[in-house]
Design a protein around this ligand. Structure first.
Ligand SMILES: [Zn+2]
Length: 348
């Protein structure tokens, strides 16, 4: 059976740089994390075909969440420590994972009528305390996995709810457009995860587009790091600038598009461009971003027209078509066209 791509939240360009650091406190966790992530990627080579993962379960309006404790080992899922009906755990990490899975389920159900990741009530499984000072979180095609971070550079990966939403959205993409995890389609895959990750946070906090921080991973970086998050949708390229992490390499427009063979062809880098287009659309429309802007993106991702190897311009054209079919010939379609033109991607 084909396995889906492993989608990590911390990209290799950050870990690479840390791995070359002279201080073992910095390079040891980074090297271990890199080695581990590379092994995972080789074990599970890209990708499922559309619809290959068969939906399971019965759609319900309630999530079915189970949290496991990996006990700092790398065997999944680990020991079962929390199920849906349990009282809150004494472990804050377990409670955050439970709440983050719930916030994700909630946005997809309430805003888009989607029943869990597969739209058929898929149970949500997460393992926490994975590995030793493991500096990442990922969706492995079947479940969520969270490291505790090394405590210096990265804190506990359950802290930002948008990181949880980002990873679970890789699952939604896997069950829908199944965008190839390479080049522009891979950057779209990453961007869609950032968009819905941010919307999950905005929905949970009740924030309108102009109040949201539009950051991915705020609260994840250690206190000594010069930076506020992993990525910024509002101002790609400005999330961090730190002697240890390096500088955020994300472009905001096609003028600064990065050609690279690293990071699956820059999937975590060029995602800045569609991320910024979504931010421009949502703030131009105003109000709650998960409503009009989010519906346009959701319809594009799930509508069945988006090819697995779609390029930015294909995606842009389909968002325009979705805007028109959802909202007619009004502000929405105009705002979609303007947002893409501001980032240099043709949408017509
Ligand atoms: Zn991702």
């Amino acid at each position: 059976m084909n396995k889906p791509a492993i989608c990590h939240v911390v990209p290799p360009h950050i870990l690479d740089r840390l791995a070359q650091h002279e201080d073992p406190v910095v390079y040891e966790p980074a090297r271990r994390t890199l080695e581990h992530d590379a092994q995972l990627r080789t074990q599970r080579r890209i990708t499922t075909v559309r619809g290959a993962a068969a939906p399971t379960g019965t759609p319900s309006d309630k999530p079915d969440r189970t949290i496991y404790d990996a006990g700092h080992l790398e065997a999944l899922p680990g020991r079962k420590v929390h199920s849906e009906s349990d009282q809150p755990s004494t472990d804050a990490t377990v409670n955050r994972a439970h709440a983050g899975l719930g916030a994700t389920f909630e946005l997809y159900l309430k805003a888009y009528g989607r029943h869990s990741i597969d739209d058929s009530g898929l149970p949500l499984i997460a393992s926490v305390h994975y590995g030793d000072k493991y500096d990442n979180a990922f969706w492995n095609g079947e479940q969520m996995v969270f490291g505790d971070g090394d405590g210096e550079l990265f804190l506990d990966f359950t802290l930002p709810v948008d990181v949880i939403g980002h990873e679970l959205t890789h699952g939604v993409t896997q069950y829908t457009a199944n965008l190839d995890y390479f080049g522009q389609s891979g950057a779209l895959n990453e961007s869609v995860s950032d968009v819905f990750g941010s919307l999950i946070k905005q929905y949970a906090l009740g924030q309108s587009a102009d109040r949201a921080d539009w950051l991915i991973g705020a609260g994840l970086l250690g206190p000594g790091i010069h930076g506020e998050a992993l990525r910024s949708m509002k101002a790609p390229g400005t999330a961090y600038d730190d002697p240890q992490l390096g500088k955020d390499p994300q472009p905001a427009t096609m003028d600064d598009y990065v050609r690279t063979s690293r990071d699956n062809g820059g999937v975590h880098i060029n995602s800045g461009i569609p991320n910024h287009a979504f931010y421009l659309l949502a703030t131009a429309l105003g109000g709650n971003a998960w409503e009009r802007a989010g519906k346009i993106w959701y319809a594009t991702l799930t509508g069945g027209e988006l090819d697995a190897n779609a390029q930015f311009a294909d995606f842009a054209r389909l968002t325009a078509a979705s805007a028109r079919s959802l909202f007619g010939d009004g502000d929405e379609i105009q705002a979609v066209l303007k947002a893409w033109s501001q980032v240099g991607v043709p949408a017509t």
